[in-house]
Design a protein around this ligand. Structure first.
Ligand code: C2O
Ligand code: CU
Ligand code: CU
Length: 502
């Protein structure tokens, strides 16, 4: 793969190349090393299951959900009661079951003592109900998002997006899931018994103060690399145990970390069959030894537990790559890896369920990829900064809530090229568009990177090119484009665009 040249590509948004490689040193960074929850003997908490919420149907056939944004306490660790925030509970939130084509209303009531917003990460919804920084919800206020579900079957999620407060509110516990069903899958084509053979795993790291409260006092290093914690939690539990059935299961994995990219694999060298990435099903499932998810990304994998002995245990192992920020450009190898820890123990204590999937599908009803015509216009985004100060920029600019950075025609396919001129990887995310990866540094993307996408990692000194289909209807309400390292986003590594009638 070619390394980006020093010269700037023509940039459609803003002028110039935003600085390129500076010469001063980046701050020294120290990412938290993950603690192994199973290093000490003791009883482990049961894996908390994400509750599914089917909503209710009103007289017109529209589906309605209620989300109450609340504060509460959570016993993450022995002897400590930790103040947290959650949706319909003290921490995290439910999995809302959405159906493609269905008119849906989500009523959000903010019961916190602070302003928040709720963004539907991955949903193709109109910009004015997207829940970004332009739709704040004051304490005590209610905000309703009504839309027709337009995504194919996929695992999406929701989280706060109040500018400058996103990182803190997510770490405090605000994150929930959106499970879209589109009716295209034949029964039993994939495991789909929620909480039994269809399991959602929300992975997030946190660190705690001596008194057991969430420590979100950002260090200079956190501002540079993003917030990292030494405790990797699964569905809000540290080192939990899942009693699993001895059959094929489906794991819906969400990297809900503020900044850590996680590489996940199963113990006993058990392969995973990836059936979906964050945009939905893969046309052809891909066998993977491990799956790497950047912050904001999701992946769905199948695992064959049918040959496991009763009572046998394996682990879901996580290795994290936290960039030192002094990567390839500095000739220092890029990134530092912490050692691998077990995030979750899986004990095979249940028999196979009736109706369990017996043979994994060879093909899946994936949504068609976005295809760009030969005349498609090209728009370039340079990721830069982080040298003199810890703030990163897009096309040389830092976020301004009152400035629209560019306009795109509605219902158009463009080619967007993201080039990373910094020493660390940035997981880029775009709201309200449909995207397909075309190339990484000119080479076609790997099989598991096919299909629709909403978040993609751009490695240091590399580029990613995508076909981007804009919303069908123009809107003057801005959509966000940002790095999903939440401390980068909060510090301004974000831009916004509107869609206009062509
Ligand atoms: Cu998951 Cu703009 O965010
Ligand atoms: Cu989003
Ligand atoms: Cu970033």
């Amino acid at each position: 793969m070619a390394i980006l040249g020093a010269a700037c590509a023509p940039i459609a948004w803003a002028a110039g190349c935003g600085g390129g490689m500076g010469s001063s040193m980046a701050p020294t960074t120290t990412a938290s090393q993950l603690v192994d929850p199973f290093a000490a003997p003791g009883t482990r908490p049961a894996l908390p299951l994400v509750a599914q919420d089917l909503g209710t149907l009103d007289a017109s056939g529209a589906r309605e959900f209620v989300l109450r944004v609340q504060s509460g306490t959570t016993p993450f660790r022995d002897g400590a009661i930790t103040a947290t925030q959650g949706y319909n509970g003290a921490v995290l939130g439910p999995a809302l079951r959405l159906r493609t084509g269905e008119q849906t209303t989500i009523r959000v009531r903010n019961e916190l003592a602070e302003t928040t917003s709720v963004h539907w990460h991955g949903l193709f919804v109109p910009a004015d109900v997207d829940g970004g920084p332009h739709q704040p919800i004051a304490p005590g206020a209610e905000w309703n998002a009504s839309f027709t579900v337009a995504n194919p079957a996929s695992t999406c999620w929701f989280h706060p997006h109040l500018h400058g407060a996103t990182g803190r509110q997510v770490v405090s516990g605000l994150a929930g899931l959106l499970i879209v069903d589109d009716g295209e899958l034949a029964p039993s084509m994939l495991p789909d018994t929620w909480g039994v053979d269809d399991l959602a795993l929300v992975l997030q790291d946190k660190r705690f103060t001596a008194s057991g409260q969430i420590d979100y006092a950002l260090t200079d290093s956190d501002r540079f690399t993003g917030y990292t914690g030494d405790h990797l939690l699964v569905n809000g539990a540290f080192g939990p145990l899942w009693q699993a059935p001895r059959q094929w299961v489906r794991l819906r994995l969400l990297n809900g970390c503020n900044a850590r990219t996680l590489t996940l694999r199963l113990g006993a060298s058990l392969a995973m069959l990836q059936v979906a990435n964050e945009g939905g099903l893969l046309a052809t499932p891909v066998t993977r030894a491990s799956v790497t998810l950047a912050p904001g990304e999701r992946g769905e994998v199948l695992a064959d537990f049918s040959g496991m002995a009763v009572g046998q245990e394996i682990a879901l192992l996580a290795r994290s790559t936290v960039d030192s920020g002094m990567g390839m450009g500095m000739g220092m190898g890029g990134g530092s890896s912490s050692s691998e820890v077990a995030a979750l123990k899986i004990r095979f204590s249940l028999p196979a369920q009736p109706g369990a999937m017996r043979t994994p599908p060879a093909r899946l009803p994936a949504a068609p990829p976005i295809v760009a015509g030969s005349g498609a216009s090209v728009r370039s985004f340079a990721l830069d900064g982080g040298m003199m100060t810890p703030s990163f920029t897009i096309n040389g600019r830092s976020f301004d809530l009152d400035r629209v950075d560019f306009s795109v025609a509605a219902d158009t396919v463009e080619i967007w090229k993201f080039s990373n001129f910094t020493g660390m990887a940035h997981p880029m995310h775009v709201h309200g568009v449909r995207m397909t990866l075309l190339a990484r540094d000119g080479s076609p993307p790997a099989n598991h990177e096919q299909g629709l996408r909403d978040t993609f990692l751009v490695e240091p000194m590399r580029s990613v090119t995508l076909a981007v289909q804009t919303a069908a209807v123009a809107s003057s309400s801005p959509l966000m484009l940002h790095c999903h390292i939440l401390e980068h986003e909060d510090a301004g590594m974000m831009g916004q665009f509107i869609t206009v009638q062509s």
